[in-house]
Design a protein. Structure first.
Length: 840
């Protein structure tokens, strides 16, 4: 047939003036750089196609139907690089007649073609060939391109039995491009189709039959360079039509009942409700239809399949299938249901009638395009509906918007309100999320307000997950169809929170005030029974209020009030006003730790004093006495070898340092306690072996006296200078006297630590001169970290000198059989009484 045709050269305009300028400019620029090359090209075309079992079927084409190749001189040619055309020719003939252009060094693709692959029908072959090649510097690259059939051939064969059985017949191929090609009764040619899905239908009629019957014979995917053959046959004895497909394995023929009963049975048909076939439906996107939009399927013989073909970019992106049998939707059932398509009568045992309901689906379709749904039905005989039913939907914009409500969201709550407006629609179909964090918001209900500017307006009540607590203003994101919109900030009511556990003290608590800046107008209140009463309130910074005068060690409920506006309530438990056991130093224990005599030297009874308080397992106070009273080997237990630095002022077993100064050192220091019977004397002492003789009064060691919270291990000499403590005092108050030897100073300091032993607060009192009467001392504690306390460090010392000084004061005993046993080295003395922790 192609031989009989006058094949006209189809000129395709490849070059525009801009293209020519581009090529010449490229050549000129590249020539300057010297990185150029050229090519030669040989173009071939072949009629070889792939048939059964991928073998060449050219020899199997019936006589007179051999694929006639167009002249290669009529093929168009283009050269491209990186997806952009570099140069081209409307025909290979023109290309051969021109000088080959010089190209930059690189990789290129050449494409040669003939025809238009989108045109489908008889005598419309499309050929195409592609080849990649490389241009090298100053070289000519030979390129050879072979063009093959770029579309598919389909041939319909009718057997003599088929022709004798029917008085009239034809076939139709429907394509994915929307074309239909009919093979009339005596057609023997093959038609050409773009690669893709093809649907073959057969129309038949017997003598005496008033209408033709239509059967869907085959659905298959056509590939380029392939030829397919459908062979139609009839077994008159069984009244069965057989459709054989060249690509199928033998024995897989499709069989149809073509008895008079089957042929005379009405073909399946559709009835539209709520729309008109092929007439665009223009609903407002998202709006519920005023009436149901359904298609009723009727098949007298019974429904075998109901094929839905969909053209919709929106649905395709959602995973919606382009083609699906609604009677066997399988893996697509969930997406069909999710998007709102409903069916009845197509599940399980299918009957003669079924319904496809598009109503909800239509409400989910966005504007901005057309959505087409084509329905075709097949009955149990294989007969198909004569004409498909087409629903075309072109949604109109709904002008959807969402805005923040002026109603404040409850502070530390999880409910809020937004305003939604559109031309029409259901606010329950809007998906709401918190803009930050993307937590979903549950739709609770909607109240319709007065319409505005032709739009319906709703207040929508939303609820966040229980884990969400609104504190600061926030935004809500609303997704509706293809819209994603965001509100302005939703206001949140005034509220208070304790930002840090460390903000709750023994008698005060710091509250962060949210969403209100006029702190001077706000009062804090506590609940007592059913009554709320004001508490002393002070501002702290620009957003905090301090409640003062609270009960310590108590669970309290507080709130803020500004005029008639009340905040949320906050439950707190204040810290206890913990005190240190035996802080008046009335309870001591004493233990003899050493007694040793040697010949002609005598011996002294050495005692160590321990402050009581706490339990035997949990000691509070400790000293360095177990350091300075250590037993020395090979010597007598003289006082000057081992002497406690910290002891009760009323000690009877041994004399205090003050007594020694007064009786042997020439001072007249006051004695006794501030209140009660006993105070703690903390003195610098000298200790060590053989440090006193008739000619020498040296001391081996000098040690400041210490009184502190913690422990000291006599055996290992290890000390721990903290104790567990879970309250945070504002100050340490005590009474003290101080005797400064050699102009030394001393200090009292306190530190508090969190559970990880990070320093959270500290304070210090320096004592720089002697004072012989009890004076009140106060160590104010400044807290730099807002954390709960777990440990406390409190230290009293006789001197803070790096190298403490001592005076050698001889006692009343001599060397003979006494070893100067009451001679001592003593230095500065700090006497302390009545320690108290202050909570404000």
């Amino acid at each position: 047939m192609f031989a009989a045709m006058n094949l006209k050269k189809k000129v395709i305009l490849i070059y525009s003036l801009l293209s020519l300028i581009f090529v010449s400019c490229s050549k000129e620029d590249a020539t300057r750089s010297g990185e150029m090359g050229t090519f030669t090209m040989k173009l071939n075309a072949t009629s070889e196609v792939i048939g059964l079992n991928e073998k060449s079927r050219a020899e199997e084409a019936r006589e007179g139907e051999t694929l006639i190749l167009p002249d290669v001189n009529d093929f168009s040619v283009s050269i491209s690089s990186l997806g952009e055309q570099v140069c081209g020719w409307s025909s290979y003939k023109d290309m051969r007649e021109e000088e080959m252009p010089e190209l930059r060094v690189g990789t290129y693709q050449v494409k040669a073609w003939y025809g238009d692959v989108s045109k489908e029908g008889f005598e419309l072959p499309y050929f195409e060939g592609n080849q990649e090649f490389s241009i090298k510097k100053n070289e000519t690259t030979p390129v050879e391109v072979t063009c093959y059939l770029g579309n598919a051939q389909v041939r319909i064969d009718y057997t003599d039995e088929f022709k004798n059985y029917f008085s009239d017949y034809s076939a139709v191929i429907a394509t994915s491009l929307g074309n239909e090609v009919e093979y009339v009764k005596d057609e023997t040619r093959a038609a050409y189709f773009s690669p893709g899905e093809l649907i073959a239908k057969v129309k038949v009629k017997k003598s005496g039959q008033s209408t033709e019957a239509v059967y869907q014979a085959k659905v298959f995917t056509a590939e380029s360079r392939h030829i397919y053959t459908l062979t139609l046959d009839v077994d008159a004895g069984s009244a069965t039509m057989t459709v054989s497909f060249s690509e199928d394995v033998a024995g897989e023929e499709v069989r149809f009942d073509v008895s008079d009963t089957a042929l005379n049975a009405p073909a399946p048909y559709f009835k539209a409700n709520g729309f008109t076939d092929n007439v665009p439906l223009e609903p407002i996107e998202g709006a519920e239809q005023k009436e149901q939009v359904t298609a009723y399927v009727n098949a007298v013989a019974g429904i075998q399949s109901c094929r839905l073909t969909t053209t919709s970019d929106f649905l395709s992106e959602k995973g919606w299938p382009a083609v699906v049998d609604l009677a066997a939707s399988g893996e697509y059932a969930s997406i069909l249901t999710e998007m709102g398509l409903k069916t009845k009568g197509l599940e399980g045992n299918r009957a003669q009638m079924a319904q496809v309901d598009f109503t909800t689906l239509i409400a989910n379709l966005p504007t901005g395009g057309t959505h087409e749904f084509k329905l075709e039905a097949t009955d149990i005989y294989g007969k198909v509906s004569e004409t498909p039913l087409v629903l075309t939907v072109t949604p109109q914009g709904c002008d959807f918007s969402v805005a923040a409500s002026t109603v404040e969201a409850p502070f530390y709550g999880n409910t809020c309100q937004v305003n939604v407006s559109f031309k029409d629609g259901n606010p329950a179909n809007v998906h709401f999320q918190l803009a930050e964090g993307k937590q979903d918001l549950e739709f609770v209900r909607a109240e319709e307000l007065s319409s505005k500017d032709g739009l319906k307006v709703y207040t929508v009540y939303l609820k966040a997950p229980e884990t969400v607590k609104f504190i600061n203003p926030f935004k809500v994101s609303a997704s509706y169809l293809s819209y994603i919109k965001e509100t302005g900030e939703l206001p949140v009511s005034m509220g208070i929170l304790v930002d840090n556990q460390g903000d709750v003290w023994a008698k005060k608590a710091v509250f962060h005030v949210y969403n209100e800046t006029a702190l001077a107008d706000i009062k804090l209140q506590r609940q007592q029974g059913d009554v709320w009463t004001d508490v002393t309130t002070e501002s702290s910074g620009s957003y905090s209020l301090v409640a003062k005068g609270l009960d310590s060690g108590t669970s309290l409920k507080l709130r803020a009030v500004k005029g008639e506006e009340y905040s949320n309530s906050v439950d707190i438990t204040t810290e206890e006003e913990l005190q240190i056991p035996n802080s008046d130093f009335e309870q001591w224990s004493v233990q003899e730790v050493w007694y040793q005599t040697i010949f002609m030297s005598g011996g002294e009874h050495i005692y160590s004093y321990y402050l009581s308080g706490g339990s035997s397992e949990d000691k509070w106070w400790s000293t360095f006495n177990d350091m300075t009273t250590q037993q020395q080997s090979g010597v007598a237990s003289w006082y000057y070898c081992a002497y406690p630095g910290t002891m009760p002022t009323n000690a009877s077993e041994m004399h205090t340092a003050t007594w020694h100064w007064n009786n042997h050192g020439g001072t007249s220091l006051s004695t006794g306690a501030y209140e009660g019977n006993v105070a703690a004397e903390i003195a610098t002492v000298g200790y060590g072996a053989n440090n006193w003789s008739a000619i020498s009064h040296n001391t081996k060691y000098r040690q400041a006296g210490y009184l502190y919270l913690g422990t000291f291990n006599r055996d290992t000499q290890e000390k721990n200078m903290t104790h567990t403590f879970t309250s945070r005092p504002d100050a340490i108050q005590f009474y003290y006297k101080f005797y400064s030897y050699n102009g030394e100073t001393t200090k009292v300091y306190a530190k508090l630590y969190d559970v990880n032993r990070n320093l959270i607060g500290q304070g210090e009192l320096r004592i720089t001169q002697s004072i012989d009467t009890y004076t009140q001392g106060r160590v104010g504690i400044s807290y730099e970290q807002k954390a709960k306390a777990s440990y406390i460090e409190l230290v009293f010392m006789s001197t803070d000198a790096t190298s403490p000084g001592t005076k050698d004061i001889q006692g009343s005993k001599g060397a003979f059989n006494a070893g100067y046993g009451d001679s001592r080295h003593v230095g500065s003395i700090l006497t302390v009484d009545d320690v108290k922790l202050i909570y404000e």
